[in-house]
Design a protein around this ligand. Structure first.
Ligand code: B1M
Length: 236
């Protein structure tokens, strides 16, 4: 792994490597136990646990899935284990006490796509940063996105896609926003493993978010610009 990982105490490295193995084997209880130990015994932050334990483990699962070593049922078990561990981290990630409310985000995984681990992580971290998050779940079509944006007067739309076959649907949603006269009102953030900066630009999104931390940074920065534009407009 990385130099940062190598610098961790040997016992903690061992814990993380065991967590990765347990995730690979879909051992939910063990992954949860490892997460709790990393928090309580080693004082690790959720970001460290995600980076060195959970996401690192899921990367190995993804590589073996791609190479035909693992199949859907095993990957599903790993996903369940990861989701259970994320529930342990949820209260820490979503705790926004003392943080000023930043704005409202509608987020979902686009139509045809059922991957939701990364999107849920983004949703939790946005909540923790002070955003109100309306999480529409998976397989979300343009109508549902539009309806939720109107209902909640959303400032930001976040879309996730993990498949090369579903990422083009993001363009469909953005085109619908334009047709409905909503495009200028919402900041559009997109993310998911197959996406690129160039793709995001091509479909007319405001920002490509490589990971959850980048999504939070982008949401905060673009919200500041939006608030400033509103302020200037109200003064004119
Ligand atoms: Co799927 N799957 N899968 N899968 N799966 C991938 C995506 C794949 C890359 C695996 C591979 O071949 N290596 C491959 C896609 C190939 C491609 O299109 N290029 C693939 C495939 C092919 C499939 C099926 C078609 C398999 C089949 O049925 N034959 C099928 C599709 C089902 C469907 O959606 N219609 C399928 C099914 C599944 C499971 C159900 C078994 C399971 C999903 C369970 C679940 O999510 N509840 C699953 C999983 C787990 C994966 C891998 C292994 C892991 C994904 C994951 O959770 N990563 C994945 C391999 C991989 O990505 N390396 C794979 C961890 C997560 C934290 O990262 O989601 O990237 P990620 O999110 C990051 C960033 O991308 C970003 O921030 C997140 C956090 O840092 N981000 C956003 C994500 N969304 C964002 C939204 C934002 C901002 C940032 O909005 C503002």
């Amino acid at each position: 792994m990385s130099d940062e990982f190598d610098a961790l105490p040997a016992e903690l490295q061992e814990l993380y490597l065991n967590m990765q193995d347990d995730l690979y084997d879909g051992l939910k209880d063990e992954v949860v136990e490892g997460t709790v130990r990393a928090l309580e015994e080693f004082g690790q932050t959720p970001a460290q646990i995600l980076q060195y334990g959970l996401v690192a483990g899921m990367d190995i699962v993804g590589a073996d899935f791609r190479d035909g070593i693992l199949f859907v049922p095993e990957v599903l078990m790993a996903a369940k284990a990861m989701k259970a561990a994320m529930e342990v981290l949820r209260p820490l990630l979503t705790d926004y006490k003392g943080v000023e409310k930043q704005g409202t985000v509608v987020i979902g995984t686009v139509k045809g796509d059922i991957h939701d681990i990364g999107k849920n992580l983004v949703a939790m971290m946005l909540e923790g940063a002070g955003f109100e998050v309306i999480n529409l779940g998976i397989n979300v079509d343009a109508d549902a996105f539009i309806q939720a944006i109107r209902e909640h007067d959303a400032d930001i739309l976040g879309m996730s896609a993990l498949l090369t076959t579903t990422m083009p649907y993001m363009r469909t949603v953005i085109n619908r926003l334009i047709e409905e006269g909503l495009r200028d009102q919402v900041i559009v953030l997109v993310g998911g493993a197959p996406l690129t900066e160039a793709f995001a630009e091509d479909i007319g999104a405001d920002r490509y978010c490589r990971d959850a931390a980048v999504a939070v940074e982008a949401a905060k920065a673009l919200m500041q610009i939006k608030k400033e534009a509103r302020r200037v407009k109200s003064m004119a």
